[in-house]
Design a protein around this ligand. Structure first.
Ligand SMILES: *Cc1c(COP(=O)(O)O)cnc(C)c1O
Length: 225
């Protein structure tokens, strides 16, 4: 038997503590279990403990898990970089995509979303520290991109996602300000999601309004390389 239920309990209690310190309701924060490079057995174990949201970065690996777990009530989130030739498969297998960073990708996801599925929920990935080699749209381009994506009918725009450069900057606070500014400027019906915070910094992210924390290592242990 693994110690995964222990780790799940620990991470949930970190979320609760952080919510309490920030005077927030912990029900407003979703724990996304990042299962990239983790075995099917580990994922299944968390599912059996009631975990419902899982995040994956690599499509092929994700699809195998999705098909094997299709009888369980799971929300699958794609959180990795997106190449154009992968959009069809992402649009048909996932409930959420956190890493949209250009209109072309949003358009393809929209056009390729199967008719029988509800609209795909998305976040825009923001390159909040404006790093050269990081995916994500620059903060000053977020509002314009949101406006364009909002016109697509098989896509539901929920908010913003980031992977900050390093700890100890105010990246999460800048994301919160950007999220509120864009939300005020463009009235979007489903604007409710700030996807930020990982194993090492989920407390800081929750303090700045995060609604989805994406946690891998703290739940599963180190990833296989
Ligand atoms: C791997 C990954 C995570 C989880 O990181 P941990 O430090 O293992 O919690 C979160 N978000 C994204 C986009 C990732 O690629």
């Amino acid at each position: 038997m693994h110690n995964m239920s222990n780790k799940l309990t620990q991470v949930k209690s970190r979320i609760q503590q952080a919510a309490k310190s920030a005077n927030r309701n912990s029900d407003d924060i979703t724990l996304l279990a990042v299962s990239k490079k983790q075995s099917f057995e580990n994922v299944l174990e968390l599912v059996q403990q009631g975990q419902q949201d899982f995040g994956e970065n690599y499509l092929q690996e994700a699809i195998e898990k999705i098909e094997r777990l299709k009888d369980h009530p799971i929300q699958w989130h794609f959180i990795g970089p997106i190449q154009s030739n992968k959009t069809r498969s992402i649009a048909s297998h996932f409930d959420w995509v956190h890493s949209v960073d250009r209109l072309k990708i949003a358009q393809r996801l929209n056009d390729q979303r199967p008719e029988h599925l509800p609209p795909l929920k998305i976040c825009i990935q923001v390159n909040i520290d404006e790093e050269d080699n990081k995916s994500g749209v620059s903060p000053s381009d977020v509002a314009a991109l949101c406006r364009d994506i909002a016109k697509l009918d098989k896509i539901e725009m929920h908010g913003l996602m980031c992977i900050p450069d390093k700890e100890g900057t105010d990246a999460f606070t800048r994301m919160q300000v950007l999220f509120n500014t864009v939300g005020d400027e463009i009235k979007l019906h489903h604007w409710d999601t700030l996807s930020m915070g990982m194993s090492a910094d989920l407390e800081e992210a929750i303090g700045a309004g995060s609604t989805i924390v994406r946690v891998g290592t703290a739940l599963f242990g180190e990833r296989k390389v």
